[in-house]
Design a binder for this molecule. Sequence first.
Ligand code: IVH
Length: 682
Amino acid sequence: MQSSIDPDSAQKRVEELRAIIADHDYQYYVLDDPTVDDAKYDMLFRELQLLETQHPELVTPDSPTQRVSGSPLPAFSTLTHHVPMLSLNNAFSDTEVEAFDRRVREALPESSEIVYDCGVKFDGLAVSLRYENGLFIRGATRGDGQVGENISANLRTIASIPLKLNHAPPLLEVRGEVLMLKKDFHTLNEMQKQRSEKLFANPRNAAAGSLRQLDARITATRRLTFFAYGIGETDWGAIPPPTTQSVLLDYLSRLRFSIGDERKLAFSSQDLLSYYQYIHEKRERLPYDIDGVVYKVNDFAMQQIIGFVSRAPRFALAHKFPAEEMKSVVLDIDVQVGRTGVLTPVARLQPTFVGGVTVTNATLHNEDEIRFKNIYIGDTVIVRRAGDVIPEVARVVIEERPADAREFVMPKRCPVCGSETLRLAGEAATRCTGGLFCPAQRKQALLHFASRRAMDIDGMGEKIVEQLVDKELLKTPADIFSLREDDLSSLIRMGDKSATNLCAAIEKSKTSTFARFIFALGIRHVGEATARDLAQHYGTLEALMSADTESLQTVPDVGEVVAESIRHFFFEPHNIEVIRALLASGVHWLDEKKETAKGALSGFVFVLTGTLPSMTRDEATERIIAADGKVVGSVSQKTSYVLAGESPGSTLAKARKLNIPVIDEPRLLALIDGEKNTGGSV
Ligand code: IVH
């Protein structure tokens, strides 16, 4: 291709562009502090690509255009580490750290001033990068420490790995860890999810999977990051070699490697342990995963004296965090009933030490969670406990599912009280419907029953309820009314006077309102307002208790779910028993406005048509509902009366055809004024 500029100028510009792009890469990928926007960067990159196309002789391996190149490999070749890549001894306890410090001190002359370089233990994959005269030549995995895999093409794609070092010695192997930042991991998994591809379990697996690609173009699409922590083979040439770990890290940082921000010097085992604590606490907030901290004697000369034992240095130690994930087996799935009646499945696990504690069970939350995670009884699972987080079953090891693994079934009856269980539409939770009776819900139900806006029993607070339940003086709300004064005065922090007062408050609460009573029952989804509407609509307990879901849904704000909840509550014989006991003990309510009118039109269904003489159709509807009648839109066999005014519509004709009685306004009012009923018994 014909160039627009002469070869010399092209060469100069190409070099200039490479330096500018390398600067930008460093700013962005290492310092996390970009200085140009994407558009500007792309422009520079495209200019370089164009020049290199026009002058192919100018293409060099350290050009940023060469980060992604080549074709998929049939397999990785191997590379030998002339300076082996060792591993570290691990410690899990303070005592082990103190023993390490003691050994270090014993190996050195007494007068030595021992300084430790502390850093984090990156949870990624160890690699070695070889630079000759400042140029990245190749790189390899750790392998067995002697021989690793040649993953040069993949390493080139990592933008935080410089392809060229300025002021570098003739030979420098930089060692460190390739990992995926938490944010890049989440982005990757989001993308995998959108494409319905397999999700990675954690950043480490994602990094490993990405680095092991035989096609570097795939690696290039995964954002990986490199952190340097040491060196391998070197030839320093004219450059004075660093004499301590911290000087080395400063040097690597000047060569533009990421070294992380968490370095500290320590002077005693106490210092080491405080550093561990500090990092442990900060762990979740770090942008990458770590699995511990690393202590190294800072001085290289001292390191030499202390030496190595087999494959690990004696001058360094990895102080590891307890593993966050461990395998276990789901021995069974039990169901617990909470204070609010929610049934929670709990996995009983084969005891496993994870996140620093022995875990024997983990909540599985609800039915959906179990289906979603596909957990069977008998499964081998990965249990996870990160930080102070409650242990959870992270996932199933599906390959290890035994033939006799069983699926979990949510019980149809409450494991605590035997009442029917119910899962309402749109809710994840399954609940016990025996709210008034169930021992698991006792304290909660009693407190609610006695609360100010329910039965308003002044003085019946948490402390009292707690003691009464624990002493088995209270089992259901009905028991409140058979409490004797000396039962109460025997309680802690309850004087005779308070006992007398509480007794009086209990007595007084027997006279309540129907709405308060309904609210006090603690039916799920029946708040104060709904309780009031229900009281108005039904007037008597019998009417409410025998209402079917269809009837319930004619009450304002009562939809399918609320209706279902109410019906199940009154369907549960345990609850009925308690309600009977409450009434038997003298709980009653005054006949309120609506209650006196109750029943007059109960069970009657009206259809309205035409213009009425003294009220609007809306007003008539209100009157009918207030008297417990029902108003529907069209005539059917179920219609009791058609209320007709002036100029009725086709409704009238239809009513006649079906033989449905047609009445006028005065007749309606007479019906409403008819017999009266009072509520209060079952
Ligand atoms: S120093 C002589 N420093 O931990 C060994 N290693 O078991 C030199 N690692 O394979 C290793 N973070 O990949 C060192 N700040 C750090 C590290 C670190 C992670 C890994 C490393 C090595 C393993 C040691």
